[in-house]
Design a protein around this ligand. Sequence first.
Ligand code: CA
Length: 245
Amino acid sequence: MTQTEQKPTILVVEDEPTLIDTLEYNLTRQGYAVSIASDGFTALELARSLRPDLIVLDVMLPGLDGFEICRILRREMNVPILMLTARDDEIDKVVGLEMGADDYLTKPFSMRELMARVKAHLRRVRLIREEMEGGEAAADDRPPTAAALTFGSLRIDLDRREVVVGNEVLHLKPKEFELLHFLARNRGMALSRDLILERVWGWDFDGGSRTVDVHVRWLREKIEDDPANPLRIVTVRGVGYRFEG
Ligand code: CA
């Protein structure tokens, strides 16, 4: 990070005054610029106008609930969303993941844990952005046009929309490329089939989640050494898939 870099902006969407104070105090102390929304509609408005670097989003809110906010924002922006849920309920987690949340904390949570997650997500986004755009640190090492993700012998070239394994250029269909790119840029995260479907195929697509499985199978046949025992695109039981970087 350089000194000229701006403070990351965090939008906190929460309606409990005590928790708002605690979050604001702790996040500000960590050097973040904090904005607060205490109902769903304000949350949408601020998210659109501020374009925050991360959103901490409570599920139970007046107006729109957190799931609904998450679902709407996911269609508009790529911001990491950390949801706060009151119930330690598996259903909440699955629903939230399908809505496109990146992470969850169940109340009550420790501030230390929240800070660690916030930091980790901001770091992940920064690394991805640097890889996508050729960040400051990497600018000397690569030609300015070479936006690519590289994992061992696998290289996803975003400019050329080309995937190379070793020296071999693979022939991927457009959706296969988009799927691989989506998985790879969210590497290390379990992504639900519905989320993948929404982000790669679009909100209105009604082809069903089997579409995802079929495309994953095709991709595995192309990029995995042993498609029956995939090491790159692994299955997450009960959820979907995860890309291993
Ligand atoms: Ca609440």
